[in-house]
Design a protein around this ligand. Structure first.
Ligand code: BDR
Ligand code: CA
Length: 311
């Protein structure tokens, strides 16, 4: 088994990350924790519960975490994910409750209680993960690694050099990057290759299952939002790349490098600075994703959604 916890802010692409993690037997999803990011905490939590219900996985414990970044105010991404954080499909229906403890406490319990080291997969701002690492140093010893979607070796998407998850909580990212744990950064430089093309959306719809249809509707909304906001022809489906890389390391190529986050900066607060040429003399602290096997990625994700459709 490969025990993992997903900390997320669903979010269209977070939703697909959850579906992939639930469906693929190579991962043992111990729990899901939520954070404010794409939308407010109440909405990202409700969305996580709806997606787990859709996947028939309401038995997986869900805990809500931080409702704002460590420093500063929350700015949600309603321009990309809509009012609900998951606009597009109709996801109403019964959902299981949350476990009633804070996300950081659920992380502690699950990580401390696991016979095998646990992988933390973060697909939102790193607020919960940072607090967990700071508060529960003993339990954190049983973290195998942290794989996070965030940052970029190139341009950003929220500011010219800042990516949304890191810009939303740069101090949290700084804590994680300085944690000394094995880290993998899945940045925009690779996730911008994971495009939900018309062919991909048609494949989801063609599965002719409820989960497949929801995925097609999610990606249709996401595509419109990316067209409106960025002028992109197809939307990048960031977060499932982090899950895919845990399921099958051959999908993502990484290189070790020193990575820091800009906490000041007149124009660049929240930018990740990855020294791929090792000019700084700083020690490597992160495996940085630099290439994606796009076909393998979509095969994994579409295959997972297909499997969830089998009763
Ligand atoms: C990240 O920001 C969010 O909007 C997405 O869910 C993803 O985690 C991409 O920058
Ligand atoms: Ca996300």
């Amino acid at each position: 088994t490969n025990p993992a916890i997903i900390d997320c802010d669903p979010g269209h692409d977070d939703a697909l990350a959850l579906l992939l993690a639930v469906a693929d037997p190579r991962l043992d999803l111990l729990g899901v924790t939520t954070v404010a990011g794409n939308q407010t905490l109440d909405k990202t939590t409700a969305n996580a519960q709806k997606i787990l219900a859709l996947a028939g996985a309401s038995d997986i414990p869900v805990a809500a975490g931080c409702e704002r970044p460590l420093v500063g105010d929350l700015t949600v991404a309603d321009d990309i994910h809509g009012e609900s954080g998951l606009d597009g499909p109709d996801l109403d229906g019964p959902v299981a409750g949350t476990v009633g403890v804070h996300a950081v406490e659920l992380m502690r319990r699950l990580v401390a209680g696991s016979p095998e080291p646990v992988t933390l997969i973060a697909t939102g701002p790193l607020t919960n993960v940072a607090l967990f690492l700071r508060l529960h140093t003993e339990a954190a010893r049983n973290v195998r690694r942290v794989v996070f979607m965030g940052g970029s070796t190139e341009r950003g998407n929220t500011t010219p050099y800042g990516e949304f998850n890191i810009v939303t909580d740069p101090e949290a990212a700084d804590i994680v990057l300085r944690s000394g744990l094995p880290l993998t950064m899945i940045g925009l430089n690779v996730t911008h290759r994971a495009l939900a093309t018309t062919r991909v959306i048609n494949e989801f719809r063609g599965l002719d299952t409820r989960v497949g249809t929801v995925c097609a509707e999610l990606m249709t909304f996401f595509a419109d939002a990316y067209r409106r906001n960025f002028g992109f022809e197809h939307p990048p489906v960031h977060d499932p790349v982090a899950v895919a890389c845990v399921l099958d390391p051959s999908v993502v190529r990484t290189v070790a490098a020193p990575v820091v986050v800009e906490l000041g900066g007149t124009y660049t607060r929240g930018a990740t600075v990855a020294d791929l040429h090792h000019r700084s003399g700083r020690p490597d602290n992160c495996e940085v994703a630099v290439a994606l096997d796009v076909d393998a990625f979509w095969r994994l994700l579409i295959g997972a959604v297909h499997d969830l459709g089998i009763p």
